[in-house]
Design a binder for this molecule. Structure first.
Ligand SMILES: [Zn+2]
Length: 425
């Protein structure tokens, strides 16, 4: 995944990306896995070199696949291998991260190249219609910025800040923001006429960090999104673990103090009540003015403010208490701290590691590295793009919202639409 960019259009277009046969298999693999060499395609699919070569040649001739130089250093003999990737003609994936105080939209094509990205800050008090309208506007903006046709959108992945059940609906009445009661996925799908699939925002952040960020080459990744709320996602062997009811990873509602303040979930002393953004800002409010959000807090700490530094260190300490249980039970090889607190780096991570060392089994601590997010605020929206790329069966054409025969209960909306122009990330 690289920075946004544009590239030349191709002139002629067959109407539909192959969905079956060896060409369909190659296209599906490139969509899910991103650019690959011919050798990797053959090995992964168990196809002969001749079959791969003939199939790829046809896909290139029809404009569905193009070649790009490999970025890895080649030390072998002969020509360095080139990477094969789907082109922009194969379709557009949109990822949306709709949070309590922000919306971010990323547009990529199925060749794993980001073409455009937009974000805006929101007010928590906003209405559902305003939230959906804001996202639709951002989608229009990224479509225009990338110079693509909206008809090429094959699906939208939508990250939401709440525990979701396996039907894609909120598993809690009190945790989600008010605008989630109006089913933003359905509204967005109806407005844009494309399938919209929802997932928990921290799950999507985990997916993106595992593929493109600080979780690469990790087999058991635990991603923490610590912002206004605190959520987490677990990626095992490259796949998200959602739990039996879909709500795995609700780290923010882990009890760290049974006598603590009551949480919006109804429990007492949840991690979120102690280390969520509003709690941290409120804590320094007694002694500091002008600290209105976590960004202010981090900036002040970096500027040497001892009170803000202490609050962030304490947040790391408290996070460590909850994460010690995660380390003991799941033994992840990597913990990635994302969300706004991830941006604090060692101001939080140093005390978090110390807390883990005190509270978790030493073997679990030794086998796990604790690192900051690499994708930062983009993680959740990029994960939403990955949802479209890797779970293609959830974005299939349907006659209408919630039609019978839908491949997944989480898929909403209708229409497929595959066609565009040009090429790569
Ligand atoms: Zn709670």
């Amino acid at each position: 995944m690289t920075a946004p960019g544009t590239s030349p259009s191709r002139p002629r277009r067959p109407s539909r990306l192959p969905g079956s046969g060896s060409a369909g298999q190659v296209a599906a693999l490139l969509r899910a896995s991103g650019p690959m060499t011919r050798g990797e395609l053959g090995t992964t699919m168990g196809l002969s070199r001749t079959t791969v070569s003939a199939t790829v040649t046809r896909l290139i001739e029809d404009g569905w696949v193009d070649e790009r130089p490999s970025t890895t250093t080649f030390t072998g003999r002969g020509r360095p291998p080139t990477l094969l990737a789907l082109t922009q003609q194969a379709g557009i994936a949109i990822g949306v991260d709709l949070g309590r105080s922000h919306a971010r939209v990323v547009l990529a094509h199925l060749g794993h190249e980001v073409l455009a990205e937009q974000a805006l800050e929101l007010h928590e008090s906003w209405h559902a219609t305003a939230a959906v309208e804001a996202v639709e506007k951002l989608v229009d903006d990224v479509v225009a910025a990338a110079g693509v046709d909206r008809a090429g959108i094959v699906g939208i992945g939508l990250g939401l800040p709440a525990p979701l059940d396996t039907s894609g609906h909120s598993a809690s009445i009190t945790i989600p923001p008010d605008w989630m009661r109006e089913d933003p996925a359905r509204a967005l799908s109806q407005r844009l006429g494309v399938p919209v699939v929802v997932d928990n925002d921290a799950n999507l952040g985990a997916l993106a960090e595992a593929r493109w960020g600080a979780g690469r080459r990790s087999d058991t990744l635990f991603y923490v999104k610590a912002s206004t709320g605190i959520g987490a996602g677990l990626v095992l062997g490259g796949r998200l673990f959602r739990g039996s009811a879909g709500t795995a990873g609700e780290l923010g509602h882990f009890t760290v103090d049974e006598d603590g303040l009551v949480c919006r979930c109804g429990s007492r002393g949840c991690l979120e009540v102690r280390a969520g953004g509003p709690a941290l800002v409120a804590e320094v409010g007694h002694s500091r003015s002008g600290i209105n959000n976590v960004g202010d807090l981090i900036a002040a700490a970096r500027g040497g403010d001892l009170a803000c530094t202490r609050v962030l260190a304490d947040a790391g300490e408290t996070l460590g208490v909850a994460l010690a249980a995660v380390l003991n039970i799941l033994n992840p090889d990597r913990v990635v701290l994302g969300g706004e607190l991830g941006g604090a780096g060692e101001l939080v991570l140093a005390s978090l590691r110390e807390s883990l060392a005190r509270n978790a089994l030493s073997s679990a601590v030794r086998s796990s590295s604790v690192v900051p997010s690499q994708l930062g605020r983009r993680a959740e929206a990029l994960g939403a793009v990955l949802l479209v790329l890797t779970e293609a069966e959830r974005f299939t054409t349907q006659p209408g919202p919630r039609a019978k025969g839908a491949r997944s209960p989480l898929t909403q909306g209708h229409r497929s639409g595959q066609q565009a122009h040009g090429h790569q990330p």
